[in-house]
Design a protein around this ligand. Structure first.
Ligand SMILES: [Zn+2]
Length: 441
């Protein structure tokens, strides 16, 4: 038991707790004590008096669970939400997104659009996110202001890019970015994001890998996202993309591969053998009319798979509750088997699975004493959340991000009763609206 004289930071009282620890069942009418940014104690609430604390959150009629982890996205693409929809990936990317990025991305737009992404993610229960884009230092500034946890990477590709007009300097910029931000915050880790095996040469990939290794930081890449990528890489190298990256020595436990759609059996085996982490982005894949990744097979082979929204131009929101629902149903329809990827499995992917993807499983992803207090509270006192027989099912198949009522990151409340505490939502929304007026006209 904790000492009676100690004053705690936050105590969550009542409600159903899903710790997401393997083997632990839902706990009802609980008390969760938070102090110094960490989870101090979890106990049955009973009728004992509430210890001395700065704040009590009443969670009766609510579900308490670990904050969700978005393992793949491009936050500042909120500025391009809805700018070019219903198009095939190549046309969407080369005729619309790349030109819009070249014309409109600058430190200011990236900062404000990243703040908008943080607002949206906090409001829908995401506490940690993985990002890869341009002017990444601005995304770090926004993330820090929001009080969120993140892996924010500088984008690298072999074309002139926003903020990096000379592609020969792309890795110098990334290196300087890592040096500048590596010790900035306990909550934010910088990284490198290579756009894809098609848009980065072997030399660029090798150098990015070397730099990431030197800093012992994760490297991100879009991998096997289209059939065209597989065909083209095979034409250039004689190898399928996963074997090509392995040939370069890139496959290891710090590589985060987003999408991973077009994989054959040998590629899945190799990804498992090399402990590569996967960011599954079902809604983006569906919207771009791609295909269905072999998620069930990957999980069966022991690959760590997290969930990602991807950017807002291919989704078009950052709500991981939607991704969980889609992940489960997509696996069921793809295999014509309703028993696959049940709600609890999918919720694990969005929490502890995501934590493993970024190597933070010792800090976040579950609710247990000693871990960082990244916790969300979902309101269940609504028509679509009533009644509750299975809280996992309720969260995955009934809830939306809009049901999230309170969000705690690193022991700090960033959303209280649906009100932001770190960000001024009116100001951010108005600024992004104003920036958007010059875009797409
Ligand atoms: Zn992406």
């Amino acid at each position: 038991m904790v000492g009676s004289k100690k004053k705690f930071d936050i105590i969550i009282e009542g409600g159903t707790l899903l710790t997401m620890v393997d083997g632990e069942e839902p706990m009802h009418n609980v008390r969760v004590i938070i102090s110094g940014g960490r989870i101090e104690e979890i106990s049955a609430r009973q009728d004992s008096p509430i210890p001395e604390t700065n704040e009590v959150i009443n969670a009766e009629d609510a579900i308490i669970l670990p904050g969700l982890i978005n393992t793949h996205g491009h936050s500042a693409m909120t500025i391009f939400r809805g700018i070019a929809d219903d198009l095939p990936l190549k046309k969407w990317l080369y005729d619309h997104i790349f030109p819009a990025e070249a014309k409109y991305l600058n430190p200011d737009t990236v900062y404000w659009a990243s703040l908008l992404a943080c607002l949206e993610m906090i409001a829908s229960g995401t506490t940690t996110f993985v990002d890869g884009y341009f002017f990444a230092g601005e995304t770090i500034r926004a993330t820090d202001k929001a009080g969120m946890r993140a892996l924010v990477a500088q984008g690298v590709l072999d074309f002139p890019a926003p903020g990096v007009p000379d592609p020969k300097k792309n890795l110098d910029v990334a290196f300087e970015f890592l040096e500048k931000w590596i010790n900035f915050s306990d909550l934010i880790t910088p990284g490198i994001f290579c756009h894809s095996p098609l848009t980065c040469s072997a030399g660029t990939l090798l150098k990015a890998h070397e730099i990431s290794n030197r800093f012992r930081l994760p490297l991100q890449i879009h991998l096997s996202e289209t059939q065209e990528e597989v065909t083209e890489i095979k034409k250039r190298t004689g190898l399928r993309p996963v074997f090509y990256l392995d040939d370069l020595g890139l496959l290891n436990s710090r590589l985060i591969a987003a999408h991973a759609i077009y994989l054959n059996e040998e590629e899945i085996d190799l990804l498992a053998k090399r402990h590569v982490k996967i960011a599954h982005c079902p809604e983006s894949n569906m919207k771009l009319g791609l295909s269905i990744p072999p998620v069930v097979e990957m999980l069966e082979k022991g690959i760590t798979v997290g969930l990602g929204t991807d950017g807002c131009a291919s989704n078009n929101n950052l709500d991981l509750f939607g991704e969980m629902d889609t992940t489960s149903k997509l696996a069921k329809i793809a295999n014509l088997d309703p028993t696959l990827l049940d709600a609890r499995t999918v919720l694990k992917m969005a929490t502890v699975g995501g934590a493993k993807v970024i190597g933070l499983e010792n800090r976040v992803g579950t609710i247990e004493p000693g871990k960082k207090a990244d916790i969300i509270i979902v309101d269940t006192n609504t028509p679509h959340m009533t009644p509750i027989y299975n809280p996992y099912s309720q969260l995955v198949y009934s809830a939306t991000g809009g049901d999230v009522r309170d969000v705690i990151i690193n022991g700090e409340i960033v959303l209280r009763e649906r009100q932001f505490t770190t960000l001024d939502s009116d100001d951010i929304i108005s600024e992004v609206k104003s920036l958007s007026r010059s875009i797409g006209t």
